[in-house]
Write a new protein. Structure first.
Length: 314
């Protein structure tokens, strides 16, 4: 059977820093991601795509704030569902257009994906994930009065911002659908934005006000579809030691033991590379074969082992 890849694309690859976020900008960015991915599909790889949604959810929350009080606020799980539809459509259209350009007979399908989390997860006692716009102190107080469960914190002198929990993902509900589509040679878009967080309440699911890390969900999906590789696309071509310092050096290959040692040294910042390394270690601990961390323009070379960073059990 052909190798299965789970490829995680960051939300900032779709809406880049400094861009206004027009439809044209986002489609151009998505198209730039699709060429290397379709090339891998053409070679026979089975592919699952997971995308981020941070900038897109932020924009929705800005729109909600601008429309208040005329339009009722939306819960975070609904915002995540909206971006799954939006970005899934953009990826589908871009991939179909790339299929035509490269004369590939292919299929791609997006799955609105729910991810189960535990309501007793300690993350709910200490929300840390900032989302949405910055508020004045007066507006922050007003929001907290209107929404007793909402937590807002001052952010480095830039204003007040809402923070939500980022619980550990346990499994995705739609995993059997993803497997079935893979077996029918679809590129499958799933787990968008880390999935829509839901919790089990008796015999039903309930939406949860939280944001799940997209890389951790990618690792869960890679485990569940028994992927041969988890590929995490980011803004740098490789993982670096002493990043940004004169002693900076790239890592082409590293074992899980080396990765943990570097993490203990503080080599991987919490807001950028650390979640990716944690996702890699989680996937490999569950029986995964290899994790590749690289940029979209180095994807082909990374798959050949001449660029990127490969992480293996050892």
């Amino acid at each position: 059977m052909a190798e299965t890849l789970v490829i995680a694309i960051g939300g900032n690859a779709i809406l880049k820093e400094g861009q206004r976020g027009t439809v044209e900008e986002q489609f151009e960015n998505v198209m730039a991601c699709c060429g290397p991915i379709v090339d891998l599909y053409k070679k026979g790889y089975r592919i699952v795509l997971v995308h981020g949604n941070g900038p897109q959810v932020g924009n929705i929350l800005l729109q909600v704030e601008a429309a208040a009080p005329d339009v009722a606020p939306q819960t975070i799980d609904l915002c995540g569902a909206q971006t799954q539809g939006q970005l899934g459509y953009m990826l589908q259209r871009a991939v179909h257009n790339t299929f035509k350009e490269k004369q590939v007979q292919g299929k791609i399908t997006s799955v609105v994906t729910q991810v189960i989390v535990d309501q007793k997860d300690p993350a709910f006692q200490n929300p840390t994930k900032p989302i949405g716009p910055f508020y004045s102190q007066e507006r922050a107080k007003q929001l907290q009065q209107e929404n007793p469960g909402m937590v807002l914190k001052e952010d480095s002198g830039r204003g007040w911002r809402r923070v939500v929990a980022s619980p550990t993902p346990l499994r995705i509900i739609e995993r059997d659908s993803v497997r079935s589509l893979l077996d029918q040679s679809h590129i499958v878009v799933t787990g968008g934005g880390g999935g829509i967080p839901v919790a089990v309440d008796g015999d039903r699911y309930v939406g949860v006000e939280a944001v799940v890390d997209k890389d951790l969900v990618s690792a869960i999906i890679a485990r569940d579809v028994q992927a041969d590789k988890l590929v995490i696309l980011t803004g740098v071509d490789q993982v670096y030691v002493d990043f940004g310092k004169p002693t900076q050096r790239p890592i082409l290959r590293m074992s899980t033991t080396e990765a943990r040692a570097y993490m203990d040294e503080g080599q991987f910042p919490p807001g950028s590379m650390k979640p990716k390394i944690e996702a890699a270690l989680g996937y490999l601990a569950s029986g995964g074969k290899e994790v590749v961390i690289t940029s979209i323009d180095k994807l082909e070379e990374a798959m050949e082992g001449t660029s990127g960073t490969a992480i293996y059990q050892g």
